[in-house]
Design a protein around this ligand. Sequence first.
Ligand SMILES: NC(=O)c1ccc[n+]([C@@H]2O[C@H](COP(=O)([O-])OP(=O)(O)OC[C@H]3O[C@@H](n4cnc5c(N)ncnc54)[C@H](OP(=O)(O)O)[C@@H]3O)[C@@H](O)[C@H]2O)c1
Length: 324
Amino acid sequence: MSHQYIHIEDSETLELREAGDLSCAGDEVVIDVAYAGINRADVLQRAGFYPPPEDASPVMGLEVSGTIRIAGEHSGFDTGERVCALVHGGGYATQAMAKAACTLRVPSAVDIKVAACLPEAFLTVWYNVVVRAGLKNGETLLVHGGTSGIGNIAVQLGKAMNCRVIATAGSSDKCQLLADIGADLCLDYKKAPLSEQCLEHGVLGGVDVVLDMVGGDFEQFNLECLAVDGRIACIGLMRGGQATIDLTQLLMKRATLTGSTLRRLTHEEKARCFREVDQQLMPLVESGHVRPLIDKTFDLRDAFAAQTYMSSGAHAGKLLLSCR
Ligand SMILES: NC(=O)c1ccc[n+]([C@@H]2O[C@H](COP(=O)([O-])OP(=O)(O)OC[C@H]3O[C@@H](n4cnc5c(N)ncnc54)[C@H](OP(=O)(O)O)[C@@H]3O)[C@@H](O)[C@H]2O)c1
């Protein structure tokens, strides 16, 4: 028996290759992958800008859904169970290995395709919005990149927490999509400066938490839109890693600027967050209160085309690879 995976030949060439069956340690599982989620980090990895940690698989892919093929003896899982998992690389494949602590059972009401949208977004949103930025029920949350795979989950979590949610996107169609998933105020950042739009809607200076995946020249706006004691969680740099900000605003508002990258969290931290999202977020998907946006599904062998589509920015919602 063997399994297939996507090999990075060079930044412009991906190949479908074969290797032997995977095995795992007692606290791990091997998953027959149904779907793999595509993330920006994969595109950066292919381009050579985001080398995987030394102990990670060199194969792209950070999240999968599927069924348990091998359950390690201390994993707590059984063969055949439907799961989704955050993997330490290796998701673009027909088999993937995951730590049991980073694997979630998929309730029967949740489609296995939907489940592939969850691990990376659940962890990123929970860790940054709730754990680091401390979003509380009823506060105001601003999400940049609201229709992204990460952003749409943040918008819906904010609504599930009875927060007022403001979201940004780069077109009127994407803003409509944000309204459809419950955002209270949708701002097209290409239409007019965001500070002007927030002033017009009376929300400038009223935001408690910003989930920021763009950085760059939006950082000053993030500070301006914050309320006193507001928090900014930076998770991405779509507009660049350099920013000029007025530190006076930081002082006057007692603001907190924090950030993180999931890949650098310890296994223990990931495992702790996974227990929390299993209890707090999976039930929201099971009950239909959170419905991940899915844009398009590609065949595993078409991973390059899928990533090219992501780079174009035309998508709204998650991109997936079908790996069966
Ligand atoms: N730190 C972490 O642990 C972590 C984990 C996962 C993801 N991330 C980051 O989260 C972000 C979303 O990831 P994803 O996989 O969900 O990717 P994605 O679906 O491609 O999302 C990218 C988002 O960025 C927005 N965007 C792109 N260029 C922009 C610009 N110039 N100005 C304003 N917005 C812009 C896009 O909005 P429009 O299309 O509306 O312009 C889109 O919503 C990425 O930056 C990724 O690196 C971080």
